[in-house]
Write a protein that binds this ligand. Structure first.
Ligand SMILES: [Zn+2]
Length: 538
């Protein structure tokens, strides 16, 4: 089914047709690093993280770019307040921002360009805009002349007159039109500056994003995204200067904007003293998954009114899901399936799985409707709960297989939404988990290769390309063998070997728990942890 996205430029939902088949270039406006990020910023970054995850799930090769604005009035002012340099403030805040993104489970950004690292590109663009007659120099400042760009206002769907009526700022008499905006700002004393043909100065904010997105993605790239507050003037100006510079259009095929986040029905603002930082939420020990769930319970374009009560509700909802999966895990371990009830009903199992997956995709294909996608998961949870009770009363092979499949679908679709369920998959040598090949395909290559290394070390079997290829089909067998070696080590009280194996597995994101079961071991596997270990550390 085709994916439809709401394009701010056309004001319509359209089929997503990439510039190049199978590939998506995506640019999201990043933070101005002068403070810790707040939950309004977080909503934007989480929304587009999920959109990227879903595009990858659909099979697109996505290049995801998010810039860092590390030169701005706000940074300079903050440095003055703290009696330090702008560089120091932006360095400190960039680090904090990256930590917060990681805590929120936002996957690493592919390219994270800094504005100050791209001054020559910006100067090149400004020079060409002057040459082409779109920009003019006044006393060391360079302005873009909006009346020279015919399409000005096409993103915000407003005419210049309408924009002027909405502007309340004092008009700079040096500008040819009140809506003209700065491409280059003349240096003020004691401010960071760079040399330019028009004297020392620094770039305007809008030109930064044009220069960086064009450098890494080129004209006509697929998705440019950000908060609704960026539509005007930031994104409107980006279009004007980029299309004027390139002499071509479009600069971007699809413009996506996330809705506002208010706090108890009020706009979040420093002046109102109601800004909530991501750090504050995490310091109060709220589960980051709960914050993510709260965001995703709303369509990304809809407004969110944030309250701590709502966050508590999302925390409970998330814990209910997690507990259900834990209960399934425990039941699969404790209840042994009676051999007489071995009925082959594979069809039913695959029906539930494929229906859930289809409904989930249908929701996400409709402009990334995460609220509807979550409803599919909650509906499945309801069914799983009933099934679990039945299974405990009468543990049939059919119910067991279905519960395993349900666990796996939560794992698969939860990952698309970036929700970490801490999902366990019961390890039982008698049960061969169906389709574990799929699991291996989802894991980072390096983790699979580490796992193989440990396996061959312990099994002392021939380590060849062929055996590796064959074993790839059987995650369970690899784990079984490793854990059997560990179990035998424990039996002969060789704690060193046993602990060493546990530590190595732990280093791959597989947690081994020594619990009192007839089999003596159980392992827990968290996809998020594996990603943490293998992808975030790169
Ligand atoms: Zn931007």
């Amino acid at each position: 089914m085709s994916l439809r996205v709401y394009n701010t430029l056309t004001g319509k939902k359209e089929e997503l047709v990439p510039r190049e088949e199978g590939k998506i270039g995506m640019y999201v406006c990043g933070p101005t690093v002068y403070n810790y990020i707040h939950i309004g910023n977080a909503r934007c970054y989480v929304s587009f993280d999920v959109i990227r995850r879903y595009l990858r799930y659909k099979g697109y090769k996505v290049i995801y770019i998010q810039n860092i604005t590390d030169i701005d009035d706000k940074i300079i002012n903050r440095a003055r307040e703290e009696n330090t340099t702008a560089e120091e403030i932006s360095r400190k805040c960039t680090r904090a921002y990256l930590e917060d993104m990681e805590s929120l489970g936002v996957e690493p950004i592919d390219v994270q360009p800094k504005a100050t690292g791209h001054i020559p590109e910006m100067l090149g663009m400004i020079e060409k805009l002057i040459q082409k007659g779109y920009a003019y120099v006044v006393d060391g400042d360079v302005f873009f002349e909006v009346t020279k760009f015919e399409d000005y206002g096409k993103l915000s769907h407003r005419t210049l007159e309408e924009m002027r009526a909405g502007e309340r700022v004092e008009i700079d008499p040096r500008k040819r039109h009140p809506m003209d905006f700065a491409l280059w700002k003349k240096a003020k004393p004691c401010e960071p500056s760079w040399p330019s043909p028009w004297g020392d100065g620094r770039p305007g904010w809008h030109i930064e994003c044009s220069a960086m997105s064009l450098k890494y993605l080129g004209m006509g790239f697929d998705i440019h995204a950000g908060g609704q507050d960026l539509i005007f003037p930031h994104h409107e100006n980006e279009i004007a200067q980029s299309e004027a510079y390139a002499g071509a259009k479009p600069f971007v095929r699809y413009w996506l904007h996330n809705g506002f986040l208010s706090i108890e029905k009020e706009k979040m603002a420093k002046s109102l003293g109601n800004v909530i930082l991501v750090r504050e939420i995490l310091e109060r020990k709220y589960n980051p998954n709960a914050l993510r769930l709260l965001f995703l319970e709303h369509h990304y374009r809809s407004p969110i009114d944030f309250t701590l009560d709502r966050l508590s509700e999302s925390t409970e909802a998330f814990e209910r899901l997690e507990n259900l999966l834990g209960d399934i895990d425990d039941a699969l371990e404790v209840c042994s399936v009676s051999s007489t009830s071995q009925i082959e009903t594979g069809e039913d199992v695959s029906r539930i799985v494929s229906e859930t997956r289809a409904k989930f995709k249908e929701a996400m294909d409709d402009d990334f409707n995460t609220a509807a996608a979550l409803a599919v998961l909650f509906e499945l949870a309801k069914e799983a709960h009933i099934l679990l009770q039945n299974f405990k009363a009468n543990p049939t092979a059919e119910a067991r297989d279905l519960l395993i499949e349900i666990g796996k679908i939560f794992f698969e679709l939860g990952k698309v939404l970036g929700l970490e369920f801490g999902l366990s998959i019961i390890q039982e040598s008698k049960i061969k988990l169906p389709r574990t090949q799929e699991l291996l395909k989802l894991l980072p290559e390096k983790m699979v290769s580490d796992l193989f290394d440990l396996y061959f070390e312990l099994s002392q079997g021939p380590d060849t390309k062929e055996t590796r290829a064959r074993l790839k089909e059987d995650f369970t067998k690899i784990l079984n063998t490793i854990l059997d070696v560990r179990k035998r080590a424990r039996e002969r009280k060789d704690w060193k070997t046993a602990d060493n194996i546990r530590e190595r597995l732990n280093g791959m994101g597989i947690e081994v728990r020594d619990v009192d079961t007839p089999r003596g071991y159980k392992w827990k596997f968290s996809f998020q942890r594996v990603i943490d270990i293998y992808e975030r550390s790169r």
